[in-house]
Structures are given as structure tokens and as C-alpha cells.
Design a protein around this ligand. Structure first.
Ligand SMILES: Cc1cc2nc3c(=O)[nH]c(=O)nc-3n(C[C@H](O)[C@H](O)[C@H](O)COP(=O)(O)OP(=O)(O)OC[C@H]3O[C@@H](n4cnc5c(N)ncnc54)[C@H](O)[C@@H]3O)c2cc1C
Length: 125
């Protein structure tokens, strides 16, 4: 989806860099080529910046058969990031109610590590 002022659904985009730009080094984007996937119509939009947004679908297929996921596909946890399955913790963007930021994901990792350590000490002492 292209979003300039308003979202443009079903649009494929290709970033445009200055001619001759080196592909091995970061370069300046000057615009995007947009193609309407329904009509096939193409257009070019000049830009000074480009933010690529990859969406919010959580990659939780791996644990889908281990815990019940929320409607949005996220993993529900308690405050110590324990899931409904004993010994399984969920952190970061896949966790239900996560703020989905780098710093909160890192904090989740620390919280879950402490909880897992406690679990292992209790379970296998
Ligand atoms: C474009 C963009 C801009 C962002 N900007 C900011 C920002 O400015 N500030 C900020 O705080 N946050 C920002 N975020 C959010 C931040 O990147 C995430 O919140 C954070 O990376 C989540 O960390 P995570 O460890 O939960 O997931 P991820 O960083 O997504 O890591 C998950 C890892 O698991 C791997 N993986 C997935 N499935 C499997 C599998 N089956 N087996 C093995 N490995 C697997 C993936 O390859 C990936 O390496 C941004 C995100 C995006 C997409």
C-alpha cells in the first residue's frame, strides 16, 4: 500500500534512486514508481523520504499448535510473559498487548529470562 496523504490500496511501489547510484552503499531516494494492481496504471511520485511499513501480522505459526493465539494471531501472556503452556514464554512483537517497540521487546526478553530462570530453579531443584 502506498500512503501519500491518504492510503492507496492495491498499489505496488518501486523506490527511485538517482541514476548511477551505487547499490552497495545507502543512497538518497528521490521518489517512487507506483503501479495500480487493479488497473495496471502507472505513475511516478517525487519524494524526499520513504518509510517502509511492513505491516502488523505476527509470525506466530511456529507456536500456533502449542498455545491458543488471540484473534489477531498474537500470543497471550501474563505479566511475567508466561503463556498458557507451562515453560513457554512469549516476548516482543508477537506478544499480545506489546507496545511493539525495540526497547519494550528487549525489556520483554529480560523479564522472560528472569521468569524462565525461576521456573527452571523451581522445577528442577
Ligand atoms: C520499518 C520499521 C520501523 C521500526 N521503527 C522502530 C523505531 O523507530 N523504534 C522502535 O523502538 N521500534 C521500531 N520498530 C519496531 C521494532 O523493530 C520491533 O518492535 C522489534 O524489532 C521487535 O523485536 P522482536 O525481537 O519481537 O522481533 P523481531 O525483531 O522481528 O525478531 C524476530 C526474529 O525472529 C526470527 N524468526 C521468525 N520466525 C522464526 C522461526 N520460525 N524460526 C527462527 N527464527 C524466526 C525473525 O527472522 C527475526 O530475526 C520498527 C519496526 C519496523 C518494521
Amino acid at each position: 500500500m502506498l500512503c501519500i496523504g491518504r492510503p492507496h490500496a492495491s498499489t505496488a511501489t518501486t523506490p527511485i534512486a538517482p541514476a548511477g547510484a551505487c547499490t552497495t552503499r545507502p543512497t538518497r531516494v528521490t521518489g517512487v514508481r507506483a503501479r495500480d494492481l487493479q488497473s495496471g496504471e502507472t505513475s511516478q511520485v517525487e519524494l524526499t523520504g520513504l518509510f517502509i511499513y511492513v505491516g502488523l501480522q505476527p509470525n506466530t505459526a511456529l507456536v500456533g499448535n502449542l498455545v491458543k493465539l488471540s484473534e489477531s494471531g498474537h500470543v497471550p501472556t501474563d505479566n511475567w510473559l508466561k503463556t498458557a503452556r507451562e515453560g513457554l514464554y512469549a516476548v516482543g512483537d508477537i506478544r499480545q498487548d506489546s507496545a511493539r517497540q525495540a526497547i519494550t521487546s528487549a525489556g520483554d526478553g529480560a523479564t522472560a529470562a528472569i521468569a524462565a530462570h525461576r521456573y527452571i530453579k523451581e522445577k528442577f531443584r
